[in-house]
Ligand binder design. Structure first.
Ligand SMILES: [Zn+2]
Length: 414
């Protein structure tokens, strides 16, 4: 049994234990309390003292594309999303297998170092499945599905079913389905994915309501997306817009019945928020990626006020600077009026709920998976643990996943 101790332990957003400790037996959390309470436990083999740090539930990154990690700063910042997509497609058009693999491996390393213990990753190629499967992270890897031609829907579904049935999942590795977005997936394919996910008990996520262009495309069949799709010949001449707002469109396809994880939701009406809430879908908000594209006023507070489950994602390094959920919390702390406790919920509990894992991860609780991280706090002492956690200099120094120490820089950072 291992005991990890630190100046503070925040097992969930409602509690903070000074001089806290957690005892880990195998892959699970055995006991939680003060170090004085736990130090007498029999069978203790090792005590790790993180000293001036706070032990937290491991962060949950509810949306990322680790295969884009090597594109960090290789795509010019732009507020035009379709221009960004063009740059991205051009940048990796000649990528070989080893470039995808090294990108994913780097993304895994950066995630673990940032205190992330669970990720929801989008797989654009089979490499995401094979490389992530071997990684220490807990993960849901979503097979990305793209095809706008309704005549292809059955073939795409058949191929997807056979690809996923050949993948063996395990305790740390789950697969899911990610129909990419309304401007890259036909309505027929969305319907088919919804059905397949029901049959195979798989989780689903999709990019939705990300840009005003997407709304123009769905409502009027016009704008930048249509121009892009015509240019790359990805859309039939007989395509007609559904004339619906993004969330209403998803509802129409049946996908909301899968309790999906809705990525972004940057532009949504109150009516759409009610539909999200009643469908029990979750939202993955990617704050710094949202800023990268120049969007303003994400409706996160309206979503939270309506009782929608909102987790945090970093998105990829093609539109962000780090893969750190703590950095997302710090950004929100400075730019949005969200309570620090709510930020921690979004980074842990809500993320777990968005992946259907809330009974196993997202809190440091007896019987839960031993997924935790340790954030080194500033030397100057403030009364408030959250002010210390969200200060510019705090940083993750320790990551444990399923009872395994995956990263420990605690002694070099003292
Ligand atoms: Zn994405």
């Amino acid at each position: 049994m291992i005991i990890v101790r630190a100046k503070y332990l925040v097992p969930d957003p409602e509690n903070c234990i000074e001089n806290g400790a957690v005892a880990i037996k195998g892959t699970k959390i055995h006991r939680v309390g003060t170090f004085n309470e736990l130090k007498m436990l029999a069978e203790t083999e090792k005590v790790i003292d993180l000293e001036n740090a706070v032990i937290l539930p491991g962060f949950i990154n509810a949306h990322t594309h680790l295969d884009l990690t090597n594109l960090h700063r290789r795509i010019k910042p732009t507020h035009n999303f379709t221009h960004w997509v063009f740059q991205l497609l051009a940048a990796r058009i000649r990528w070989r297998d080893d470039e995808y693999i090294s990108s994913i491996e780097k993304g895994i390393k950066l995630s673990v170092e940032a205190g992330t213990t669970t990720i929801a990753d989008i797989a654009n190629t089979s490499h995401s499945f094979s490389v992530l499967k071997k990684s220490p992270l807990r993960k849901v890897v979503y097979k990305e599905i793209i095809d706008l031609d309704p005549d292809h829907a059955n073939d795409v579904l058949k191929k997807t079913r056979s690809e996923l049935s050949a993948i063996t999942t395990d305790e740390l590795f789950h697969t899911g389905l990610s129909p990419h977005a309304p401007y890259s997936v036909s309505q027929e394919l969305y319907r088919g994915v919804s059905q397949l996910a029901h049959e195979a008990h798989m989780s689903v996520c999709t990019h939705i309501a990300e840009t005003e262009d997407e709304i123009e495309f769905l409502m009027k069949g016009a704008g930048n997306f249509l121009a892009l799709l015509r240019q790359i010949r990805a859309i039939n001449n007989n395509w007609r817009p559904p004339g619906l707002l993004p969330i209403m469109y998803l509802n129409e396809t049946g996908l909301l019945g899968n309790h999906p994880l809705l990525i972004h939701c940057n532009y949504i009406t109150d009516e759409e928020i009610s539909v999200i809430k009643s469908s029990c879908a979750s939202v993955a908000f990617c704050p710094r990626s949202h800023r990268f594209f120049g969007h303003v006023n994400h409706p996160v507070q309206r979503l939270l006020d309506a009782g929608v489950n909102v987790g945090l994602g970093t998105d990829s390094l093609a539109s962000n600077d780090t893969l750190s959920i703590l950095d997302e919390m710090k950004f929100l702390f400075h730019h949005y009026s969200i309570l620090p406790k709510t930020l921690l919920s979004m980074a842990t509990l809500n993320g777990a709920k968005s992946l259907g894992m809330e009974s196993r991860v997202g809190q440091i609780k007896e019987g839960f998976e031993a997924d935790l991280c340790g954030v080194r706090l500033p030397d100057c002492h403030s009364e408030n643990i959250y002010n210390q956690l969200l200060s510019d200099v705090s940083r993750n120094v320790f990551t444990m996943i399923a009872g395994v120490i995956c990263y420990d820089a605690s002694s070099s950072e003292k």
